[in-house]
Design a protein around this ligand. Structure first.
Ligand SMILES: Nc1ncnc2c1ncn2[C@@H]1O[C@H](COP(=O)(O)OP(=O)(O)OP(=O)(O)O)[C@@H](O)[C@H]1O
Ligand SMILES: [Mg+2]
Length: 602
């Protein structure tokens, strides 16, 4: 079985699983619709012959009326069934796809352009592919049934007519397959450009980007770049459309010649009295109908082929996500303790093969219950350490130990459930305050006291209570509702407090990780945060990443990263005494940034 056929089979299987009843109904209706045309042609000939020979054609006429009426009802019913099938299959395919993507343990896959291209195709067209295939399959069956029926009708006039008409369709099938390949290749090749175009279009209409776009006057430039991508896409589509049009025109002309010849022959035969008027009508309806049916088979074949090629992308996304997820299906964790002891041993990491390593032989420990600060200049690799601890990437070499166990051997989801984390680039959800905080611990999404407690610790309780609907207030102007005043937008620091509250939801977390928690906080909020970390941490281990060196003085240990290596580590006093990188940075901050020269000189 070729990979395209295999994809087609899987697409149809997905459709069957999503809606067995509607699939069967659609199939039956398509078959019925296929029978209507030849039966009509045959009945029409009976009626005409009865008229010309003055015989009794009443029964045939009544039957013709009934079949025509029945055929008219089958059309809309088939379309309704197909629409319903499309909705059910689309829903199933999209949710399967999203489940697969969110099931991926790490971020590597989501940063690979080839994967993103496939994902976009899968999302855009792949979800509709099973239905396209089903439509093609049943249209083909319907057309084949029609064609077979008409072939029988036509064979009664002259068997060679059937052979000639059928032979005339072979080039069309070849052309249809070539076209669908051509089109699928074009879609694949233009996907990177399409993603770019979507990026520009989204950016141009995004409220968050609107400020910079207006103030820096980027609108025209971004619009030009977007249209350039669109033009390139249009060029590629035009080239395929042109090739298709030329081939189709050639095929249409040869088809028309064929039917004209058959009709001339039939007219001659009828004039000579060798066939009846009814038979002539069968010939006219038969040749034309057979050509239409054959064109239907060809189109269905092309569409089906295209659907299978597109579904293959969805299939590939599902396969790569499944392959990736395997690494996380490991041992579950030992029973939870109050606080975790974590250790990095000689950890080296690069984001992708070919990239320079971002971490080089990093070793340090977070003993159970300790607060360890990770400091260093921009790009030193601090957030990368955070992501490795959360199992968003896997270390290229070296080991990370969680309570003595190699983290690679543990179930990533279980490890994550024991971590409370605030990322440097946290997410602002266009959702109510309660969701924005409650998302930190899904088990307590509806636990209002827990949400209020986290908000209080993060210093955002007063803000939340002052909002129009309190914790139910939508933190989004875009999704605020019909009344413009319903949604609110928070300030940068307020958002950071909300994100901090979210990370504090997991009260049983064995390890807290805070990456730049106070970068946007005012002095009061910052003091309250560090006070909480010192006194109310409840013995939990904590990794604190910050540039505010004044805040790390009380840490049990300070690890200084520089260029992906541990430059030095120790307590505040030890590091100051050592007079290294930490001492330099600390004195610069303590002395005020403007007096660096004084400090250096002093
Ligand atoms: N997803 C990624 N893909 C490739 N490279 C990355 C990725 N994320 C970060 N990097 C690179 O890794 C290096 C370390 O980044 P990291 O975010 O860990 O620095 P940091 O110490 O947290 O800096 P900052 O103080 O600015 O937050 C940087 O050179 C950055 O370019
Ligand atoms: Mg960082």
């Amino acid at each position: 079985m070729t990979s395209t056929t295999a994809a087609a089979v899987r697409a149809l299987a997905l459709m069957w699983r999503a809606a067995p009843g509607w699939s069967a109904g659609f199939a039956v209706l398509s078959l019925v619709a296929g029978v209507v045309v030849p039966v009509n042609a045959w009945l029409l000939a009976r009626v005409l012959d009865a008229v010309t020979t003055r015989g009794d054609g009443v029964a045939a006429m009544l039957l013709l009326g009934a079949v025509t009426a029945g055929g008219a009802v089958v059309g809309p019913a088939t379309r309704y069934a197909e629409g319903e099938l499309a909705r059910r299959v689309g829903l199933r395919a999209k949710s399967t796809l999203m489940r697969a993507v969110t099931g991926v343990t790490g971020l590597e896959l989501l940063e690979r352009p080839a994967f993103l291209d496939r994902l976009r195709l899968a999302e855009q067209a792949g979800a509709g592919a099973p239905q396209v295939l089903a439509h093609a399959l049943f249209a083909a069956v319907q057309a084949i049934v029609t064609a077979a029926g008409l072939a029988l009708v036509l064979a009664a006039v002259g068997p060679w007519l059937v052979l000639v008409t059928a032979a005339g369709c072979v080039p069309a099938v070849v052309a249809a397959v070539a076209e669908s390949r051509d089109r699928a290749r074009m879609m694949w090749q233009t996907t990177p450009g399409t993603r770019r175009e979507m990026f520009y279009a989204t950016l141009l209409t995004d409220a968050r980007a609107a400020t910079e776009i207006r103030v820096f006057g980027l609108g025209g430039l971004l619009n030009d770049r977007m249209t350039a991508e669109l033009r390139q896409l249009a060029r590629a589509q035009r080239a395929v459309d042109r090739r298709t049009a030329v081939v189709q025109a050639g095929l249409a002309v040869s088809g028309a010649g064929l039917s004209a010849a058959a009709m001339l022959w039939g007219a001659g035969q009828a004039a000579a009295g060798r066939i009846t008027v009814g038979e002539l009508s069968m010939l006219v309806v038969g040749v034309a109908g057979l050509q239409v049916a054959a064109a239907g088979v060809v189109r269905a074949f092309g569409d089906g082929h295209h659907g299978a090629l597109i579904f293959a992308h969805l299939d590939a996304v599902l396969a790569s996500t499944a392959a990736e997820s395997v690494r996380s299906l490991r041992r579950s964790l030992p029973a939870a303790s109050r606080s975790a002891g974590v250790e990095l041993r000689d950890v080296t990491f690069r984001y992708a093969a070919g990239h320079a390593p971002v971490l080089r032989g990093v070793s340090f420990a977070i003993p159970p219950g300790a607060m360890v600060a990770l400091v260093g200049t921009n790009g030193a690799g601090k957030s990368t350490v955070v992501k490795l601890l959360c199992r968003l990437y896997e270390a290229t070499s070296g080991t990370i130990l969680w309570n003595g166990d190699d983290i690679v051997g543990l179930d990533a989801r279980a490890v994550r459930r024991r971590i409370g984390v605030l990322f440097q680039d946290f997410v602002r959800y266009d959702l109510p305050v309660a969701d924005n905080i409650g998302f930190g611990d899904l088990d307590r999404l509806d636990d209002e006291p827990a949400i209020r407690r986290a908000a209080r610790l993060a210093g955002v309780d007063a803000v939340a209570e002052r909002l129009p609907q309190g914790y139910g207030t939508m933190l989004s102007r875009a999704f605020g509702g019909t009344d413009d005043a319903d949604g609110v937008q928070l300030s940068g620091g307020q958002w950071q407090r909300v994100a901090l509250a979210r990370s504090l939801m997991r009260t049983e977390a064995e390890l807290m990780i805070l990456d730049e928690p106070s970068s946007g906080l005012d002095a009061d909020a910052e003091a309250a945060l560090y006070q909480h970390l010192r006194t109310a941490r409840g013995g939990r281990s904590c990794l604190l990443v910050t540039h505010r060196l004044g805040a790390v003085r009380h840490a049990d240990a300070i690890v200084v990263l520089a260029g992906g290596r541990v430059a030095e580590q120790g307590t505040h006093d030890q590091l100051l005494a050592a007079g290294g990188e930490y001492a330099r940075l600390y004195q610069m901050q303590a002395g005020g940034y403007g007096r660096r020269a004084d400090v250096a000189a002093g």
